[in-house]
Design a protein. Structure first.
Ligand SMILES: Cc1cc2nc3c(=O)[nH]c(=O)nc-3n(C[C@H](O)[C@H](O)[C@H](O)COP(=O)(O)OP(=O)(O)OC[C@H]3O[C@@H](n4cnc5c(N)ncnc54)[C@H](O)[C@@H]3O)c2cc1C
Length: 339
């Protein structure tokens, strides 16, 4: 068993405190009521939204301004193929409802698209629809594992950090992934290993964790050439025994040789958290056209309009502050304009 337990995840607490504040201020919240269209007034300004769902039927909400904060579009393969083709076929842990509805509505109203449409990638996890709490010592995998690519080669220090590691394991024809290889001594520290083994045995289509009596048998289970994996393990064990990682400089405290059966392999997916970029906004968080003209009455905040903040690389952990900051400014400007 591992000595580290995940106690709670931050998102739940964030949602609870924001919900309480809205309720205290008398704001009505409609769940399961997706917006489908923007309403326009006689002058062509955005003046509300139309919502439609099986549960609530069609509802019309009139307003002096609308703020789109419908997140990213990673759950929509048509938009992925059009805007961020390299993300097609990757798993994502973004909200199941993030299908780019807001982006589509904004485009129909004239919004421009940001030049950057990229994946919030960079975290490895055995379950590509979830993520261990960032900051846990055993987050993703203990640093003592050996990380190999699908050819069985070691590519980077296992303690390098998620974003730095992930770039070594990008494939054009398969979800981006690495294999964590370790023995019984490290298995003790591997968060959720038993669950991953059980789910694999039960036929999970994506969780892939294996146990074997030898490295050769493990290689056969994960489809890596046995001679290649054995050579990598032998070379890695030699570094561990020497106490110095002359290959990639991993700290000596994480150099545990892979000698004590049973042996394990866990597939670590690049768990993307959605696609950023989206539509164009100005510094007032008004939605703008390609020419920079504001679409009257329409604002956007959050990952739906985030290309200016990350460029072509998401360093990690900054998205929530951008969403809160943008939401605050968009709300202030929309409220002022609506007076
Ligand atoms: C597993 C995971 C871990 C993450 N960890 C971190 C982290 O540690 N730090 C960090 O900064 N960021 C993190 N992120 C990224 C961050 O959570 C997101 O970028 C951020 O939540 C985006 O906020 P948002 O308000 O723009 O969109 P979201 O939080 O995605 O919310 C969009 C909302 O819009 C709703 N919606 C969609 N379509 C419609 C519609 N038509 N009508 C009405 N509502 C609609 C959706 O249901 C959803 O509730 C993580 C993301 C994931 C998935």
């Amino acid at each position: 068993m591992v000595d580290v337990k995940v106690k709670s995840k931050g998102g739940e607490a964030l949602i609870a405190s924001l919900t309480k504040r809205l309720q205290d201020d008398g704001v009505d919240i409609y769940l399961n009521t997706p917006a489908t269209d923007l309403l326009l007034d006689d002058d062509g300004a955005v003046a509300g939204v139309l919502c439609e769902s099986e549960k609530n039927g069609v509802r019309e909400f009139n307003a002096k301004a609308v703020i789109l904060c419908t997140g990213d579009y990673a759950r929509d393969n048509d938009l992925n193929a059009e805007l961020a083709p390299e993300t097609v076929g990757e798993y994502t842990a973004t909200a199941v409802s993030n299908k780019g509805d807001g982006l589509r509505m904004a485009r129909a109203a004239g919004a421009g698209l940001h030049a950057y449409q990229e994946s919030l990638s960079g975290n490895f996890n055995a379950d590509p629809f979830d993520m261990p709490v960032v900051g846990q010592p055993n987050n993703q995998f203990p640093f003592s594992v050996l990380l190999v690519d699908r050819d069985g080669a070691r590519r980077v220090s296992e303690a390098a950090g998620p974003h730095d590691q992930q770039v070594f394991f990008i494939y054009e024809d398969a979800p981006d992934h690495a294999w964590a290889i370790f023995d019984a001594s490290v298995a003790e520290k591997f968060l959720n290993l038993d669950t991953y083994l059980e789910k694999t045995a039960a036929g999970s289509p994506f969780i892939q964790a294996f146990e074997a009596d030898s490295i050769e048998a493990l290689a056969a289970q994960i489809g890596i050439d046995a001679a290649a994996l054995t050579a990598t393990v032998d070379a890695y064990n030699a570094l561990c025994e020497a106490g110095e990682d002359t290959q990639f400089g991993k700290d000596a405290q994480y150099l545990d040789p892979i000698t004590e059966g049973k042996f394990y392999a866990v597939k670590e997916y690049d768990m993307t958290r959605g696609n950023y970029g989206g539509i164009l906004t100005n510094e007032r968080f008004e939605v703008v056209t390609d020419a920079g003209e504001a679409v009257p009455g329409l604002y956007a905040a959050g990952i739906i309009s985030s290309g200016d903040y990350f460029g072509d690389y998401y360093p990690g952990r900054e998205a929530l502050s951008l969403c809160a900051h943008g939401g605050y400014i968009a709300g202030q400007n929309a409220a002022a304009a609506a007076k």
